[in-house]
Unconditional design. Structure first.
Length: 76
């Protein structure tokens, strides 16, 4: 566990150094949201509820809104 915490802190420090405070804060908040989501998914898995039962290390990335809107138009 300690190695993972160190990796996260080092990565955030690099983000701050290379991209500035705004991106650093955004990355930190997103990391916290990712942690919360992982805990929620595990709680739902243990409770036998929730529709996001995924096998393996799959990471869902949010799609850019413009790309989603274009895809929706193309599908229509």
């Amino acid at each position: 566990m300690d190695d993972l915490i160190v990796k996260v802190v080092v990565r955030l420090a690099g983000v701050y150094e290379n991209h500035g405070e705004r991106v650093y804060l955004d990355a930190g908040h997103r990391a916290l949201l990712g942690i919360a989501r992982a805990v929620q998914d595990e709680a739902e898995r243990r409770a036998g509820v929730g529709g996001n039962k995924v096998e393996g290390p799959v990471i869902k990335f949010p799609l850019d809104r413009a790309w989603r809107e274009k895809k929706d138009r193309d599908d229509a």
